[in-house]
Design a binder for this molecule. Structure first.
Ligand SMILES: Cc1ncc(COP(=O)(O)O)c(C=O)c1O
Length: 418
């Protein structure tokens, strides 16, 4: 065992207690009348202002009742007797890893915990070993934090980062073309292929399994240290699309769990199946030698939030990943159909549910996106603006909105006047 490993185990004892303690927190009973099949019951779990239509709730989660209750329970325990509470929760993270793996697919040891998508990307690219001459292919469509993390990796390793546009017109984005444009950019030296599952800039969803299949072909015959690794910012697919992360075919996926999953704010996961390609950059406090533990950044955390992630996964599973994805698709489709009938609005996101998820972007003739957001709020609709150089008006119907509310959004959008 190396020095870092020895120290890690010593430090782990600080947090989790030197004696093996088990976490026996019972899942708090859901309200007696809660029916996970009833969307009104699901909506009632959220404290979101009922007078507003929350189509920007995916930007940062409000806490549904089971998550808020779990946070309060852990907070009270930590506040009353921090030392004892930490000791009695020595296995909380390992248990959480198992719960996460039920949702993510794969095995618990593939799951590292982070505070956000951004932290996960930082852990991934700061730890990635690149040999001289190896390069990185990414796209022009990713979030600024993703490109910043790649730039830091390039500065550290000297690698070149090449950006490729995967489509010209987002509305007409085509799965085969996306795969073929990416394929053309990959060379024998490409070590990292860095993409985003669902673009928050346009709402386009990439065909990640098809990209993974193309890369499997590219990697045939390559030595493990030469394989092109598929690294995904998954945050706007995670909790919104009905596919387990382990089935996407990627090598790494970073996602905040505080957006579409409606987990505690300041929580996230980094899932991986090629951990040998990395070194940890932040010493862990987690117990065990699994990759998930070794790549979970250490230090004491806001444990009341991290441990309450269990309730977010459990609630999501209870409602059903497939039902949630369908609910999102039904509303996003209805929204696109409604917006398409408004002459002053130009849709940006594809109609095809396979090429999109919950994000719906559009432009309003003669009105910038910020002005539109202000006007919509006056009409009771909370929308957002894409945080990119090209700014679109953006909606994200989810489990906190209803099809009727989607119709209200369309009515409010029709009334927008420059
Ligand atoms: C595609 C994408 N990745 C990452 C982020 C940042 O997520 P987090 O707050 O989990 O770091 C955002 C926006 O918040 C985003 O749109």
């Amino acid at each position: 065992m190396d020095e870092l490993g020895r120290r890690t185990i010593l430090t782990a004892g600080l947090v989790t207690g030197l004696v093996a303690c088990t976490t026996t927190d019972p899942a708090p009973p859901a309200p007696a009348r809660f029916d996970p099949a009833d969307w009104d019951d699901v909506r009632a779990l959220f404290p979101l202002d009922p007078d507003l239509v929350h189509t920007a709730a995916f930007v940062l989660a409000a806490h549904p009742k089971p998550v808020a209750d779990a946070i309060e329970r852990h907070r009270a325990g930590l506040d009353a007797d921090t030392e004892a509470y930490l000791h009695s929760h020595g296995t909380a993270e390992a248990e959480l890893r198992k719960t996460a793996a039920v949702y993510l697919g794969g095995t618990p040891d593939q799951v590292a915990f982070t505070d956000s998508t951004t932290m996960g990307l930082g852990v991934l690219y700061s730890g990635m070993r690149l040999r001289a001459g190896q390069d990185v292919v990414t796209s022009t469509h990713d979030f600024v934090a993703h490109h910043a993390a790649l730039d830091l990796m390039a500065r550290r390793t000297g690698a070149t980062v090449r950006e490729v546009a995967l489509y010209d017109d987002p509305r007409a984005a085509d799965a085969d073309e996306v795969v073929s444009r990416l394929r053309s950019a990959i060379t024998a030296n490409t070590r990292v292929v860095a993409i985003t599952w669902v673009h928050s800039s346009t709402g386009v969803r990439l065909p990640v399994p098809a990209i993974a299949a193309m890369l499997a072909d590219v990697n045939t015959g390559r030595a493990p240290e030469d394989r092109a690794l598929l690294c995904v910012d998954g945050v706007h697919g995670f909790g919104a699309v009905d596919i387990a992360v382990a089935d996407l075919g990627c090598d790494f996926l970073s996602s905040g769990t505080h957006k579409w999953l409606f987990g505690p704010r300041g929580t996230g996961v980094l899932w991986g199946r090629a951990w040998d390609a990395l070194d940890p950059v932040i010493p862990t406090f987690s117990e065990g030698s699994s990759p998930g533990a070794r790549f979970t950044p250490g230090g004491y955390h806001s444990f009341e939030h991290r441990w309450a992630l269990r309730e977010a996964f459990e609630l999501h599973e209870r409602i059903g990943r497939g039902r949630i994805a369908e609910r999102i698709t039904v509303q996003a489709t209805r929204l696109k159909e409604g917006l398409a009938k408004i002459p002053s609005i130009t849709l940006i996101t594809p109609d095809d549910p396979d090429m999109s998820a919950g994000i719906v972007c559009c432009e309003v003739d003669g009105m910038d996106a910020f002005t539109a957001v202000v006007a919509l709020r006056e009409a009771g609709v909370v929308a957002s603006v894409t945080p990119y150089a090209q700014q679109y008006l953006r909606f994200g119907p989810s489990i906190v909105t209803t099809p009727d509310q989607v119709d209200k959004v369309v009515t409010a959008a029709r009334a927008l006047r420059p």
